[in-house]
Ligand binder design. Structure first.
Ligand code: MF3
Ligand code: CO
Ligand code: CO
Length: 298
C-alpha cells in the first residue's frame, strides 16, 4: 500500500504523489484529484477516499494473488466430480495456494474453519468443506476462493455442474454467470457503483429469479473486504463513484425462488435459501481503469 497524505488538497505539483507511485503529483494524480473534486454528489451518492485507490505496485501484487487464485480454481475444475468429498477439494486448494507462495484468506477469517467455501444447491454461500459432504450427480456447486499474496487479496468463485443437472439448474447457473458479466460491463470509471446492480436487475428480470440482497460484493485488494459495498440489486447513479484505481468484486447470488436467506445456527456460517430453492453465484475481482473494467481474478 502507498503512503497517503491527509492534506492532499495542499499538495504541491512537484511533491511526490500521495498514491505512492514515486512520481511527482503533477505527473500522477493531480488531474485525477481535480476531476474528482469537480464532481458534485447527491445524498444517495458518495466519493471514494484515497485509501481505496490502488497504485501500480498494489495492482502488480493483486495480479499475483489472482494468478494463484485462478490456478486454484482451475485445479478444482480438474478434480470435482460425483463421489468426491468437499474436504478433499479444500485440501487440494489449500496445498496449491501455499505451494505457490500464497495464503488462503478464508482460513481463520472471522473464525471460518476451512480454507475455501463450497456451497451446494440451496446453499447460497459460505458452505464449510467437510469429509461428510459428498458431491452427487445433479448437484450445482459454487467454489469461492480468496488468496493473499504479499498482503494483497484476490477473490473469485465459479459454479460447477456435477454430471446430469436439470435444465432448470443449468439455466440458473448460466443466467447467474451472464448477470455477473453484465454487472462487470456496467462498472465504468466516473460512473456509480449502483449501475452494476441496476444492469443485473434489468438482465435478470425476465427469468423471475430473485437476487439476494443480504450479501454483496465489495472493494478488495489491500484487505479482504473494503469499501464500497457492491449491491447486485440497485438503482443507476447511486452509491459510490467508481474511479480508476479501485478494485472491487462483482458476485451476484441468484435464487430460483424467494430472495430470503438464513444462516445455519449450528455452524454460524452456511447461508441457505429460506425456501430451499436452488441458488447460484459467480464472482470476479475487477480493476477499474480509465478505459473500463479489467478482470484480475476469475
Ligand atoms: N469469498 C467470500 C466473498 O466473496 C467471503 C468468504 S468469507 C469466509 O466475499 F469466511 F466465509 F470465508
Ligand atoms: Co467476495
Ligand atoms: Co469470494
Amino acid at each position: 500500500m502507498g503512503t497517503y497524505f491527509e492534506q492532499w488538497k495542499n499538495m504541491h505539483r512537484n511533491e511526490l504523489c500521495w498514491c505512492g507511485s514515486g512520481l511527482k503529483y503533477k505527473r500522477c494524480h493531480l488531474d485525477f484529484d481535480e476531476r474528482l473534486a469537480g464532481i458534485k454528489v447527491n445524498y444517495r451518492q458518495s466519493k471514494p477516499s484515497h485509501k481505496l485507490i490502488k497504485n501500480d505496485t498494489d495492482i502488480r501484487e493483486i495480479k499475483r494473488a489472482a494468478a494463484i487464485n485462478n490456478g486454484a480454481l482451475d485445479l478444482m475444475g480438474e478434480h470435482i466430480k460425483a463421489g468426491i468429498d468437499t474436504l478433499t477439494l479444500n485440501n487440494l486448494a489449500d496445498e496449491y495456494i501455499v505451494k505457490h507462495g500464497g495464503i488462503p484468506a478464508c482460513l481463520d477469517y472471522e473464525g471460518f474453519p476451512k480454507s475455501i467455501c463450497i456451497s451446494i444447491n440451496d446453499v447460497v454461500c459460505h458452505g464449510i468443506p467437510s469429509a461428510d459432504t459428498i458431491l452427487k450427480d445433479g448437484d450445482i456447486v459454487n467454489i469461492d476462493i480468496t488468496t493473499i499474496f504479499n498482503g494483497h487479496y484476490a477473490d473469485a468463485s465459479r459454479m460447477f455442474m456435477i454430471g446430469n443437472v436439470t435444465p432448470e439448474a443449468k439455466q440458473l447457473v448460466e443466467v447467474t454467470q451472464k448477470a455477473m458479466n453484465i454487472g462487470i460491463e456496467a462498472a465504468q470509471p466516473w460512473h456509480f457503483v449502483g449501475d452494476i446492480g441496476a444492469a443485473i436487475v434489468k438482465f435478470v428480470k425476465p427469468y423471475n429469479y430473485s437476487i439476494v440482497t443480504a450479501l454483496t460484493g465489495h472493494g478488495v485488494g489491500n484487505d479482504f473486504h473494503e469499501e464500497p459495498y457492491v449491491s447486485h440489486s440497485a438503482k443507476k447513479d447511486t452509491g459510490m463513484l467508481l474511479v480508476p484505481g479501485m478494485v472491487i468484486t462483482v458476485e451476484p447470488m441468484i435464487n430460483i425462488g424467494k430472495p430470503d436467506v438464513y444462516i445455519d445456527s449450528d455452524d454460524n456460517w452456511t447461508v441457505y435459501t429460506e425456501d430451499g430453492s436452488l441458488s447460484a453465484q459467480w464472482e470476479k475481482t475487477i480493476w477499474i481503469t480509465e478505459k473500463g473494467p479489467v478482470v484480475l481474478a476469475e
